[in-house]
Design a protein around this ligand. Structure first.
Ligand code: NDP
Length: 340
């Protein structure tokens, strides 16, 4: 069984040598009575929080650091090929965290949920119909409280979460603008994904002036994916009673920006009575089945579009991960490992 092992912690950017494919002697037979589930990995999800878990010092509530010499743990869609679990049966499809490899053994079926291959392609359960989609929904609705006519801004707008949240905000009647790292992404967001506007943050580098240009009426909701200097600029343009769902802080994952540098303009939070609140998607999994029904409906009716960035093969996982962190993707990054 080939697995993806963490061999060293990255210093700043992840490099391919931080991960290695190893043939492991994982014991694939089931021990009766343990509730084990043996899975064949079909699709693996590539997510920014994996970078966060590759830091030795990052003990915390969110997730524990990965251990050196052990496989990294990712979200995947898998096929059940053997089971000692009462509710999970051979031939079914499940999503959930696994030790990344061609096969995985999950004790007690922990964290696994069944997915329906008839509702949508299986890989969608790692994106639109999985954690990133639910992240977009929860941050927008539970914290952002969108109203028709609200001015909505999202950073990392062409990624897994960004692409969904922008479209959901649009369905709520907001005016939606996103920031992204290339002109091609700007065009796609406007032409195919219904964004009212978008800008390339690598080109329009005076973000304070840029936000003034794209938001002459100010910002009511900022869906925060990057933190750092972008947050600082947004605070100068946030409206009275503005809301900031804090979803992620991409600019600090590679230490491009560090907390020691500080965020300026915080006084705006007080003066403009801004609600700024972080959230973690796993606290909202009880909404997942309702969310899936709602969004699968939008997908069928053509009210929401979805895009994936697919890489082939376990051996290309590291490449795909590095590419995602550097912005090579448009939409949700997934790695195709095998067919059922
Ligand atoms: P994406 O698919 O958006 O991929 C990351 C993208 O971020 C890249 O494509 C890149 O695109 C952009 N990016 C990378 N570095 C920077 C930077 N320094 N400044 C601005 N943009 C940058 O990832 P996800 O949609 O999966 O995740 C988006 C955010 O949501 C992350 O912060 C993630 O941690 C967070 N998240 C939080 C969850 C929660 O429970 N709170 C759950 C899931 C995700 P570009 O070309 O535009 O630069």
């Amino acid at each position: 069984n080939k697995q993806v092992i963490l061999v060293s912690y990255p210093k700043d950017w992840v490099i391919e040598d931080n991960l290695r494919i190893e043939e492991t002697d994982i014991h694939l037979s089931l021990k009766p009575g343990c509730g084990h589930v043996l899975l064949q990995t079909l699709w693996a999800s590539v997510d920014p929080y994996l970078r966060w878990r590759m830091q030795e010092s990052k003990e915390g509530l969110y997730a524990q650091p990965f251990q050196l010499g052990k496989p990294i743990v990712v979200r995947a869609v898998s096929k059940v090929i053997a089971s000692d679990h009462q509710e999970i049966h051979v031939g079914e499809f499940v999503a959930g965290p696994i030790s990344l490899g061609e096969y995985a053994l999950v004790e007690g079926g922990q964290g696994l949920w069944k997915v329906d291959p008839n509702l949508a392609p299986l890989s969608y359960y790692l994106g639109l119909l999985g954690a990133p989609g639910l992240t977009a929904w929860a941050g927008l609705n539970l914290i952002g409280e969108p109203k028709p006519g609200d001015e909505f801004f999202v950073s990392a707008a062409a990624g897994a979460v960004g692409l969904v949240v922008g479209q959901l905000a649009k369905l709520k009647g907001c005016r939606v603008v996103g920031s992204v790292g290339s002109d091609d992404k700007v065009e796609l967001l406007k032409k195919e994904f219904g964004y009212d506007d978008a800008f390339n943050y690598k080109k329009e580098v005076n973000w304070d002036a840029t936000l003034g240009k794209y938001f002459p009426q100010g910002i009511d909701i900022y869906f925060e994916n990057v933190g750092g200097r972008m947050l600082e600029a947004v605070l100068n343009h946030i409206n009275l009673n503005g809301r900031i769902p804090v979803c992620g802080m991409l600019s600090s994952y590679n230490q491009e920006w560090t907390e020691q540098e500080g965020v300026r303009n915080l006084q705006n939070i007080l003066e403009k009575c801004v609600k700024m609140q972080g959230f973690i998607v796993s606290h909202h999994f009880h909404h997942l089945s309702t969310y899936i029904q709602e969004v699968a409906g939008y997908l069928k009716e053509g009210k929401i579009k979805y895009k994936e960035h697919v890489t082939e093969g376990l051996e290309n996982f590291a490449k795909s991960f590095i590419g995602m962190l550097k912005g090579a993707n448009f939409g949700k990054v997934v790695v195709h490992i095998s067919d059922p």
